[in-house]
Design a protein around this ligand. Sequence first.
Ligand SMILES: CC(C)(COP(=O)(O)OP(=O)(O)OC[C@H]1O[C@@H](n2cnc3c(N)ncnc32)[C@H](O)[C@@H]1OP(=O)(O)O)[C@@H](O)C(=O)NCCC(=O)NCCS
Length: 151
Amino acid sequence: MEVEGKALRIRPCKESDLRKVYEIEKASFKDAYPYWLLKFYYVLSPETFLVAEVEGRVVGYVIGILERERLGHIISIAVSPDFRGMGIGRELLEGIIVKLRNKGAESIRLEVRPSNKRAIALYRSVGFNEVSIIPNYYEDGEPCIVMELVL
Ligand SMILES: CC(C)(COP(=O)(O)OP(=O)(O)OC[C@H]1O[C@@H](n2cnc3c(N)ncnc32)[C@H](O)[C@@H]1OP(=O)(O)O)[C@@H](O)C(=O)NCCC(=O)NCCS
C-alpha cells in the first residue's frame, strides 16, 4: 500500500508504539485518553489495536474491542494532523473491520461528535449508519451519535 508515493503499512500495535500513539491521541482530541487507558486497551486486546506506519513512522492508530463475543466497538481512531486526508484513516478503519469480523463480530458500533463531519463522512462511506444519539456524552456537553455497521 502507498500514500503519496510512500509505503503505508497497517499492523498490530507493539508496546513500544504506545508513546507515539499517545502523542497522536493528544494532538487529535481535546479530551484525550490518558496513557494508562491506551495501555489498558493494548493489554486487553493487542490484536485489535492497529497502527499505520509510513516509512517506519507510526502516524495513526485505531483501537477496537469485541464485547459480549458478537459486538465490535471502535474505541478510538486518529491520524497525525500532518498525515490526514491521504487515505490512512480509511485503511485503518477497513483494517479494524476485518479484524473484528474475523474475531466473530456481527456488528460494530462507535460514538462520534455530531460536529465531526469528516469522521462521519468516512464512517458512512464504509457502511455505518446512525442508530441513536446520547445527550451530554462528552465532557464539554456535546452529545454523541452512535453509528453501527452490520456485518
Ligand atoms: C477522522 C480521521 C481519523 C480520518 O483520517 P484521514 O486519514 O484524514 O482520512 P482519509 O484520508 O482516509 O479520508 C477518509 C474520508 O474522510 C473524509 N475526509 C477526508 N479529508 C476530508 C476533508 N478535508 N474534509 C472533509 N472530509 C474529509 C472523506 O469522506 C474521505 O473519504 P474519501 O477518501 O473518499 O475522500 C482523521 O481526520 C483524524 O484523526 N481526526 C481527528 C481524530 C478524530 O476525530 N477521530 C474520530 C473520532 S470519532
